[in-house]
Design a protein around this ligand. Sequence first.
Ligand SMILES: *[C@@H]1O[C@H](CO)[C@@H](O)[C@H](O)[C@H]1NC(C)=O
Ligand SMILES: *[C@@H]1O[C@H](CO)[C@@H](O)[C@H](O)[C@H]1NC(C)=O
Ligand SMILES: *[C@@H]1O[C@H](CO)[C@@H](O)[C@H](O)[C@H]1NC(C)=O
Ligand SMILES: *[C@@H]1O[C@H](CO)[C@@H](O)[C@H](O)[C@H]1NC(C)=O
Ligand SMILES: *[C@@H]1O[C@H](CO)[C@@H](O)[C@H](O)[C@H]1NC(C)=O
Ligand SMILES: *[C@@H]1O[C@H](CO)[C@@H](O)[C@H](O)[C@H]1NC(C)=O
Ligand SMILES: *[C@@H]1O[C@H](CO)[C@@H](O)[C@H](O)[C@H]1NC(C)=O
Ligand SMILES: *[C@@H]1O[C@H](CO)[C@@H](O)[C@H](O)[C@H]1NC(C)=O
Ligand SMILES: *[C@@H]1O[C@H](CO)[C@@H](O)[C@H](O)[C@H]1NC(C)=O
Ligand SMILES: *[C@@H]1O[C@H](CO)[C@@H](O)[C@H](O)[C@H]1NC(C)=O
Ligand SMILES: *[C@@H]1O[C@H](CO)[C@@H](O)[C@H](O)[C@H]1NC(C)=O
Length: 586
Amino acid sequence: MALSLSNFLFAAALLPSLGGLARAATRNYDFNITWVTANPDGAKERPTIGINNQWPIPPITADVGDRVLVNVNNQLGNQSTSLHFHGLYMNGTTEMDGVVGVTQCSIAPGQSFLYNFTVDQPGTYWYHSHERGQYPDGLRGPLIVNDPKSPFKDDYDEEVVLTFSDWYHDQMPPLLKWFISYANPTGAEPVPDAALVNDTQNLTVSVEPGKTYFFRMINIGAFAGQYIWFEGHTMKVIEVDGIYTEPYETDMIYMGAAQRYGVLISMKNSTDANFPFVMSMDETLFDTVPDTLNPNATGWLVYDSKKDMPQAALLDDFAPLDDSLLVPHDHEKIFDHVDYSFNLDLTMDNLGDGANYAFFNGITYVPPKVPTLYSVLTTGPNATNPAIYGRNSHAFVLEKGQVVEIVLNNDDTGKHPFHLHGHAFQVAYRSTENVGNYNGSVPLIQTPMRRDTLVIIWLFHCHIEWHVASGLIATMIEAPLDIQKTISIPPEHYDTCKAKNIPTAGNAAGNTKNFLDLSGENISVKPLPAGFTARGIVALVFSCISAFLGLAAITWYGFGDLGKNELAAAQRRIREGGISLQDDNH
Ligand SMILES: *[C@@H]1O[C@H](CO)[C@@H](O)[C@H](O)[C@H]1NC(C)=O
Ligand SMILES: *[C@@H]1O[C@H](CO)[C@@H](O)[C@H](O)[C@H]1NC(C)=O
Ligand SMILES: *[C@@H]1O[C@H](CO)[C@@H](O)[C@H](O)[C@H]1NC(C)=O
Ligand SMILES: *[C@@H]1O[C@H](CO)[C@@H](O)[C@H](O)[C@H]1NC(C)=O
Ligand SMILES: *[C@@H]1O[C@H](CO)[C@@H](O)[C@H](O)[C@H]1NC(C)=O
Ligand SMILES: *[C@@H]1O[C@H](CO)[C@@H](O)[C@H](O)[C@H]1NC(C)=O
Ligand SMILES: *[C@@H]1O[C@H](CO)[C@@H](O)[C@H](O)[C@H]1NC(C)=O
Ligand SMILES: *[C@@H]1O[C@H](CO)[C@@H](O)[C@H](O)[C@H]1NC(C)=O
Ligand SMILES: *[C@@H]1O[C@H](CO)[C@@H](O)[C@H](O)[C@H]1NC(C)=O
Ligand SMILES: *[C@@H]1O[C@H](CO)[C@@H](O)[C@H](O)[C@H]1NC(C)=O
Ligand SMILES: *[C@@H]1O[C@H](CO)[C@@H](O)[C@H](O)[C@H]1NC(C)=O
């Protein structure tokens, strides 16, 4: 059951260094973050977040061992931003991980921020904004680390980067406002409007007969998992999420949001025909599928541009590779012991504002007042106490070099792609669907595949951007006392905080005198009043809304925290048919 995470278990630990910084170069990127207009599916022009007035945004490319300098200047005018380099371990440079509220303050309009790090790992990665819900508006692109010592370097002739994405016609701020509101009590995620390959459709990829190509494929989408296949050609998987694998042949892959696959494809020896390749969004993730949605995007391997571009054949069902069958090329065995184990039980539920939130162990993430890294650096020995990071940052404090086992029980009905910052983890076990929680008495994979997602503060979260916004995040703080000795924050990072009046010292609440006093910390919305279950409130909201009951009645059901204006606006939208609660569509 490829990627349909029901319950899975993995262990994360320090990976051996890839060493060798022989002839390191410095790669400079000057990125002005700017609004542009784009229309990648040909159906709607919309404001999109670009770089240096261009979109799609440029790939970041480096060789193993290089230093990368990305100088960001936020020219958006009306939104803050940040950049995260997805999958990079940031070993010793956690302050460059780009996560707003964890490793930095968000970069306000007009402000600059320099990301300065080395890449000591080869592979296919991507970079994207890690400011709340922002990247699906366009700020996401490939990050490729070339490896002169790749074990597969003699097996292909050329390399092709392909991005795959879902796409929305509306911007994220209004979509998010609707998604996390009492008008959407079941937490139905907005359904994408289109599928894109390389931020377009009908892409042609020129190929030469007889050659073998290394396709680096990246799901840079916000939500949809994707089935991908090339008609008439077999894929040989050699890399996933930056980890080389033993070659594995397959006709179809499934790529969850944020995952990457590196595959070799050998071309035919003749130029008789061109061949379609297809990306098809996993519609089982969508609560409803609008009639107008085309979940597919087609591209072509073009052997001869004068010949037809044939229609893609329609498939009745999907049979993708089960990625738990992959074996890492280095044959690293499962860790022989576990130092620390904990469960993360995933649920979705409504809080007192009627909106639907996502929880690990009953905690929905809310960013602390002080970015977590800054709390680590300013709380001395108390940095090892998880309580100082605040209730809703859901902090786990880990020790250096520990083998950590996380048991993730998915008690939600949906599939979720999880990402761990700073590490690649061993996926030691993944159950089939609906077999109940992990019970410890199942055989573990002995040479488990590693996926993304080390020593420092890392975020563990679902990579469906909607669920990041609704709180499906926990924070891992690794070796905080070592961080205090080894990390120094460039002064300009503090300037971005100053520009936004964000405190940079003390516990999660900004208390610098008593780290155990968290009064005033950011916390989640209060739970539903006693006696109202989530199901109850869905029914109540539904009947309230269809009967157009007044404000008072709605307030009585626990929507007291919502402003009058929002309530009126939501009711207006519902009346005008913008939102239909019956089918969770909007
Ligand atoms: C991180 O860096 C430290 C010190 O340079 C090194 O000892 C360690 O092996 C590195 N870890 C990884 C995962 O590269
Ligand atoms: C791609 O081709 C399809 C089928 O011809 C068409 O409907 C769609 O609009 C095209 N997309 C773009 C971006 O041109
Ligand atoms: C970024 O914007 C500044 C100010 O407008 C301009 O001087 C600079 O050339 C821009 N950089 C790039 C790479 O476009
Ligand atoms: C920000 O500016 C863009 C581009 O002008 C505009 O389309 C968008 O609605 C604005 N967003 C917000 C949240 O104000
Ligand atoms: C980047 O970091 C390195 C290592 O800390 C430092 O030597 C270098 O001066 C930094 N570069 C810039 C432009 O700040
Ligand atoms: C797809 O886009 C990437 C940049 O995002 C580019 O490097 C690559 O060449 C494009 N691929 C094709 C086949 O055009
Ligand atoms: C193309 O020809 C080469 C050399 O004869 C052969 O090794 C290869 O298998 C052929 N490729 C295909 C796809 O038939
Ligand atoms: C998308 O592709 C799938 C698989 O080929 C097919 O079953 C489905 O009918 C296609 N949808 C549309 C709207 O073409
Ligand atoms: C957390 O606190 C900061 C500083 O008071 C505030 O700007 C931010 O909006 C709060 N965030 C949440 C989600 O409450
Ligand atoms: C543990 O879970 C597995 C897989 O879900 C199941 O087959 C097995 O019967 C369970 N064992 C116990 C002791 O509950
Ligand atoms: C640090 O924690 C200890 C208890 O573990 C407490 O006695 C002490 O007051 C704390 N320090 C500060 C500055 O809060």
